[in-house]
Design a protein around this ligand. Sequence first.
Ligand code: FE2
Ligand code: FE2
Length: 285
Amino acid sequence: MKNPNLKRIVGKVRDLPTLPRTVLKITELVNNPKSSAKDLAKVITDDQVLTARLLKLVNSSFYGFPQKISTVTGAIVLLGFDAIRNLLLTTSVFGLFPRRPRTDTFRMELFWDHSLGCAIGAKVIGDYMRYDKVEELFVSGLLHDIGKIVELLFLPEDFSKVISTVKEEDILMSEAENRVLDYSHAQIGEMLAERWNMSSKLINVIAHHHQPALAGRFSREAAIVHLADILCRAIDIGSGGDNKIPPLNKEAWDALQLKMSSLEPIAVEMERQFNDISRFIATTP
Ligand SMILES: [Fe+2]
Ligand SMILES: [Fe+2]
């Protein structure tokens, strides 16, 4: 760790809420090749809130199954282990941080819209590229800017310096961080993901969503989240804290091998799914 200040920050990150025990247990089960759908169903049904959330979500139009799914085992069989884990992770992360704005200069609800939009964007781009683990892309998009929340909650002085620089100079939040801090939200997000024992793919995507080429063997996934982040801003879904559209990284664009003409249908699909799922999440207990 080259930056001495990061030590201080890691200290603060240690005070962060941990993910609910059930979600960690589920992650363990999913990673164990010997576990069965029955084992997973047992852990979930032990937790009534998670069970209710899961059944609500699988029956939402986001998944669009024609018949009603009324049991946890049914949901697992239909969606698969990884999808279930990511679904529960999503609803748990949403519940972890306050949704109400703490300051009038940073709108938390717009931030969550940005995160959700980016999650959906990453999944839509992944579908378009026929990437096989789109659920993982969804979680990466959802968490890509989570470091900003850590700054807001645990480093409020630094955070307000960043926000006022953004406002005064009308620049990107990452540029402002560069100017007034010696760390970035991407670095903090990386630490948090490590602390939550996330996969190295997820850790790398969060760490390098602004410069995907640095994500090594995960640079394609980082490029997907990078593009989703830009598209969200272009079609005006939420706000990550500034009103700028960052330039599309040339190497990332080359790695994606997409045609310019595919951006329009991707954006339309993002908007459709965003409207659908955000309505659902707002009503989740
Ligand atoms: Fe970011
Ligand atoms: Fe972002």
